[in-house]
Design a protein around this ligand. Structure first.
Ligand SMILES: Cc1ncc(C[n+]2csc(CCOP(=O)(O)OP(=O)(O)O)c2C)c(N)n1
Length: 558
């Protein structure tokens, strides 16, 4: 069959099972967009900024487990994707970004809208391709999806010069991908797995520390079985939220800088730390030489580069978390709760997450969101205080329920990611818990939600500050609030209405539940809820950056 490179691209995407593309066109993308005109199987959602396309593809991928796809044109279109690609890279999220490029003959000549996007994204993609020949398109697409979704997942970029899109080829679908230099090791070494089982059997104070890798490998059922069989308590990272049900008695919630005091105490005092699909990020460890000092460490991870990167590991196991846990479960004996469990439960009772009574407080709003959604919503967040309150108070029951930019900490991620999630899971309630600052970074996508009837609910926790930065200034910079006051802001209710969305302002505690319930009544239009919260509420507990648990603040210092 004779078709163009552009047709081969779209046909290859169709064969990969792509159902939706988030994109924005431009000159060099015209051959490709022309094919979309005829392609009935793939929905194209026209964003209003390419950053929105990348985050929406990312949110779609996080929420569904499938590969998210975004399109952008050359030059500024491609560079506008960069933040979204870097966000996906830092959190190991599989997306395929396809950019148009100037003709191969014009490359390297500062041609109109030329940007070296493969060069620019080299350090923030798992792999990228500059396609030089139309006949390579089917293979490149197949390899891109294979690389994005296997091993440690991540973003892949395909740069398509205009003449590559226009060139005619004899198309044959690619059915098998074999990349000799890329063979991720998925099965853990049996000896290491036996060693791990032995350590678990002899440990007196074990703790499981689970990360996003558990979710991407689908290892939650195995993790649940391991914890229930051994009564080992589980703490998760921000990206690991939902890997283990946070409503389970064995859950310690999140650890790290804004984690629960009891999770951090448990890790500080454990004698065995079982890290599963987690990478010892500095927001988790704080001061490295004070982190889990008394513990032996088992580290299960698909990426050998993560082993020993920041902490010493006693039993490294390179492999897919699900397969490794399945093997480990063959050797792990049942274990009754011990005095260690009792000790941690005592901490749990002694230092619960808490907040005040007065005024409209963000934690209260999130607890009510949890209640009205029965803890079953998909939650996407921006970055800042609201993100940490959401992590603390929206207790996730399932994997793929909590979508948040952990590694890069990208403000503006939440809203477009929520749009992508709702497109992928139309029957689930999707809440975006956002900051007034974060929302303003990508709110142009509101029209996309309205146009496409994407009924996300946005709860803006509006403190009229870049709150997290203000909190740091309050605590560590002598309250010198420079560059954080964003009281000059649009009327979000009017803004929502201007876009054709539903807007509500909530100023009192008593209005919260009614507003949330009302928002659930709309299933074909986005709802923006502007919660005017106490301006100077802080996120606690907090371990200041780079410090140890000794420095943990559980409340505002006097
Ligand atoms: C793109 C980007 N720019 C700057 C920052 C630094 N930063 C981290 S949190 C924060 C404040 C966020 O404010 P808002 O979204 O209103 O949330 P709040 O902390 O008030 O809940 C800033 C500026 C960031 N994370 N991302």
């Amino acid at each position: 069959m004779k078709i163009t490179g552009a047709q081969a691209l779209v046909e290859s995407l169709r064969r990969e099972g792509v159902e939706v593309i988030f994109g924005f066109p431009g000159g060099v993308m015209l051959p490709i967009y022309d094919c979309l005109y005829d392609c009935k199987d793939i929905r194209h959602i026209l964003v209003r900024h390419e950053q929105g396309a990348a985050h929406a593809a990312d949110g779609y991928a996080r929420a569904t487990g499938r590969v998210g796809v975004c399109f952008a044109t050359s030059g500024p279109g491609a560079t506008n994707l960069v933040t979204g690609i870097a966000t996906a890279y830092m959190d190991s999220i599989p997306i395929v970004a396809i950019t148009g490029q100037v003709r191969t003959t014009a490359l390297g000549k500062d041609s109109f809208q030329e940007a070296d996007i493969t060069g620019i994204t080299m350090p923030i993609t798992k792999h990228n391709f500059l396609v030089k020949n139309s006949k390579d398109v089917p293979e490149v697409v197949a390899e891109a999806f294979h690389i994005a979704r296997t091993g440690r997942p991540g973003p892949v970029l395909i740069d398509m010069p205009m003449d590559v899109s226009l060139g005619v080829i004899d198309y044959k679908p690619v059915t098998n991908v074999d990349i000799p230099s890329y063979k991720p090791n998925t099965v853990g070494h049996p000896l290491q797995i036996k060693k791990a089982a032995k350590l678990i059997a002899s440990a007196e104070r074990p703790v499981i520390y689970a990360g996003g890798g558990v979710i991407s490998s689908g290892a939650s059922p195995e993790l649940l079985e391991l914890s229930e069989r051994t009564n080992i308590l589980v703490t998760t990272t921000l990206l690991g939220k939902g890997a283990f049900p946070e409503t389970h008695p064995n859950s310690l919630g999140m650890l790290g800088m804004h984690g629960t005091a009891y999770a951090n105490y448990a890790v500080a005092h454990c004698d065995l730390l079982i890290a599963i699909g987690a990478r010892f990020d500095d927001r988790v460890t704080g001061k490295l030489d004070a982190f889990a000092q008394k513990a032996k460490v088992i580290h299960i991870d698909i990426d050998p580069a993560e082993i020993g990167k920041t902490v010493h590991v006693d039993v490294p196991i390179v492999g897919d978390c699900k397969l490794v846990l399945q093997d480990l479960l063959k050797y792990v004996e049942p274990r009754q709760p011990t005095s260690w469990n009792e000790q941690v439960m005592k901490w749990k009772a002694e230092y619960p997450l808490h907040y005040g009574e007065n005024g409209l407080l963000p934690q209260y709003v999130i607890e009510k969101i949890w209640e009205v959604t029965n803890g079953e919503a998909v939650v996407a967040t921006g970055v800042g205080q609201h993100q940490m309150w959401a992590a603390q108070f929206y207790k996730c029951k399932y994997p793929r329920q909590f979508l948040s930019s952990g590694g890069l900490g990208t403000m503006g991620f939440g809203f477009p990611a929520g749009i992508g999630a709702k497109v992928g899971r139309p029957n689930d309630i999707v809440f975006v818990i956002d900051g007034d600052g974060s929302f303003q970074m990508t709110l142009q996508e509101l029209i996309v939600a309205v146009e496409n009837k994407i009924a996300v609910k946005v709860a803006i926790l509006n403190n009229q500050y870049l709150g997290m930065v203000r909190q740091w200034q309050e605590l560590f910079w002598n309250r010198r609030y420079a560059g954080v006051d964003i009281a000059a802001q649009p009327d979000f209710v009017k803004l929502a209405e201007a876009y054709g969305a539903v807007g509500m302002r909530i100023e009192k505690k008593e209005q919260v539940v009614d507003a949330l319930k009302k928002s659930l009544e709309y299933d074909d239009v986005p709802v923006i809820m502007d919660f005017h919260i106490e301006r100077e509420e802080n996120v606690f507990p907090m371990i200041p950056a780079g410090q140890s648990i000794e420095e943990m603040m559980v409340r505002r210092p006097k």
